[in-house]
Design a protein around this ligand. Structure first.
Ligand SMILES: Cc1ncc(COP(=O)(O)O)c(C=O)c1O
Length: 398
């Protein structure tokens, strides 16, 4: 039985279930090195454009290890996109560093290089770059804006996205991925950090897989300073992710086709799809559309449109990053009140409350696009009664 009735694509195949069963029959319920772990890291490093990968138990752990490897320590500052996920801030805060929000550029809501150059200080130790919904940031411009500061990509939405024809680990010092539930490639709970730099690789191993690498511990003079948390993943997650990685090119081609059709329909109705601001080929984890002031004068009117679309059956999701990062409740907690250096981010503040988010279907029913077109047309024209049957249903993503 499909998990989601409006989606015919299945991420988990019978062959994956058999592979997991074989694993369990052999009693392989934990893995320290080699086997599926080595296979996954090798394949994922190549997929992401790096030479080395460190698999972790989730994406937050990958970011955590990457920031530590990049040199982030207590009291440092990390520049983070204000249009970002709270887990990005959590990884910074767990190292005792301070989050410095950076505004978004208006086309794809990736980090604005000009605002980055204003945000950095002598305490900035790393830049944590979001690639929202699969849209790559402008890595060359960000590097130019903060020369010498390590760029850590949070590519949790952007499996397979290209910047200047190469995957993201070719441009960031470390590219981190969530392969959690519902991600483009998923192991259920899994993360991975990918780099081209052998030293950064070694540091991440020391941080997250300390008992895997006694040899590596001898390579550099770590003295007693290695932290040695255990961030390693479960082998079942690795097997599931390996299966999905194989089928991902087909999945993303289908998703891209559907998403571009939705964007054309939405564009014809006056909505504004997010798009890369640079030479990049995006992937689609979600389809995000801006509502211009001509269609809704205020954010409240946008929220009303979203509610009417939902009532008409569109699988419209919550506006995931509103309020933006610096206004999220994490920073109301006592331990984190001083963990943010708030800055005005006027572009994010203006655009983010005006967004509509739709799922990027892989194999929707044949009439899904036509029904979505009818639904959007009716609601935007103020004639919601023209839509009589639901467009689609869907799980609310995490
Ligand atoms: C942008 C971004 N970064 C990090 C994460 C954290 O990943 P995980 O849930 O695997 O820890 C997520 C999860 O949704 C995410 O969307």
């Amino acid at each position: 039985m499909p998990i989601e009735p409006s989606e015919n694509w299945q991420d988990v195949h019978e062959s994956d279930i058999e592979a997991v069963a074989r694993l369990l029959r052999r009693g392989e319920i934990s893995i320290v090195s080699g086997g599926h772990l080595a296979r996954f890291e090798k394949q994922f490093a190549a997929f992401a454009g790096g030479r080395h990968a460190v698999a972790t138990n989730n994406g937050t752990a990958a970011i955590h290890a990457a920031l530590w490897a990049a040199g982030v320590r207590s009291g440092d500052e990390v520049a983070v996109c204000d249009y970002g996920f709270h887990g990005m801030a959590a990884a910074v805060r767990s190292l005792g560093a301070v989050v410095v929000p950076v505004d978004a550029e208006p086309l794809g809501l990736t980090m604005d290089p000009q605002d980055l150059s204003r945000a950095i200080s002598e305490r900035t130790t790393a830049i944590l770059v979001h690639n929202p919904w699969g849209i790559p940031a402008d890595y060359a411009a960000l590097r130019a804006a903060a020369p010498g500061v390590p760029l850590v990509a949070d590519a949790s939405h952007a499996h397979g996205a290209l910047y200047r024809d190469e995957p993201l680990a070719a441009h960031a010092d470390i590219a981190c991925f969530s392969l959690g539930r519902g991600k483009l490639v998923s192991g259920g709970e899994l993360g991975c950090a990918v780099t081209r730099d052998p030293e950064l690789h070694e540091r991440m191993l020391v941080y997250g897989h300390v008992n895997r690498v006694p040899g590596d511990l001898k390579t550099l003079d770590w003295g007693g300073s290695a932290v040695g948390l255990k961030l390693r993943p479960h082998p079942v997650a690795l097997v599931l992710a390996l299966g999905q990685l194989k089928r991902y090119p087909e999945k993303q081609a289908l998703q891209r086709g559907y998403a571009r059709d939705v964007e054309t329909i939405a564009g014809d109705l006056g909505l504004i799809p997010l798009r890369p601001c640079c030479a990049a080929e995006r992937v689609y984890w979600r389809i995000v559309l801006g509502v211009p002031e001509g269609l809704a004068a205020t954010p409240e009117e946008v929220a009303t449109i979203a509610e009417r679309l939902r009532r008409a059956g569109a699988a419209l999701e919550p506006n995931h990053y509103w309020p933006t990062l610096q206004h999220q409740s994490l920073f109301d907690w006592e331990d984190h009140r001083a963990g943010i250096r708030r800055r005005p981010c006027p572009v994010a503040a203006r655009i983010v409350p005006r967004l509509l988010t739709l799922p990027a279907r892989v194999q929707p029913p044949a009439d899904a696009l036509e029904r979505l077109r009818e639904c959007l047309t009716a609601v935007l024209a103020g004639d919601d009664t023209r839509t009589t049957s639901p467009v689609s249903t869907g799980e609310t993503p995490q």
